[in-house]
Design a protein around this ligand. Structure first.
Ligand SMILES: [Zn+2]
Length: 111
């Protein structure tokens, strides 16, 4: 659902995604915010069983792997910067998962 009153980018809960109308209006190229949020529906596990940084990292990893037009929205995994941790969530965790996948852990994220 697109919510004109929702002020964040998007959120998923109970099998339902809410997208910000304002975000979509300002960033029409960001199609893959949908990929990220729908991945949370696919994940469909009790979020209390996994740390949030990993849940969000997996969703961004899936966006990175299966996104429709990340390039068009200039969305990419960031380069490593000193002091970052794989627990920094979102793209940083996604980069870590991608690195594991490319280095002897090809099934680190089951897809
Ligand atoms: Zn998320």
């Amino acid at each position: 659902m697109v919510d004109t009153a929702y002020e964040n980018v998007a959120a998923t809960g109970a099998g339902r995604v809410v997208f910000s109308f304002l975000w979509m209006q300002k960033h029409p190229e960001d199609i893959d915010v949908v990929t990220h949020e729908v991945m949370h529906i696919v994940q469909n596990y009790d979020r209390s069983t996994l740390p949030g940084w990993l849940t969000e990292g997996i969703a961004d990893y899936v966006r990175y792997k299966y996104g429709v037009d990340n390039a068009g929205s200039k969305w990419a995994l960031p380069d490593y910067k000193a002091g970052q941790s794989y627990k920094n969530s979102y793209r940083i965790t996604a980069r870590f998962l991608n690195r594991l996948e490319n280095n002897r852990h090809s099934r680190i994220v089951k897809s």
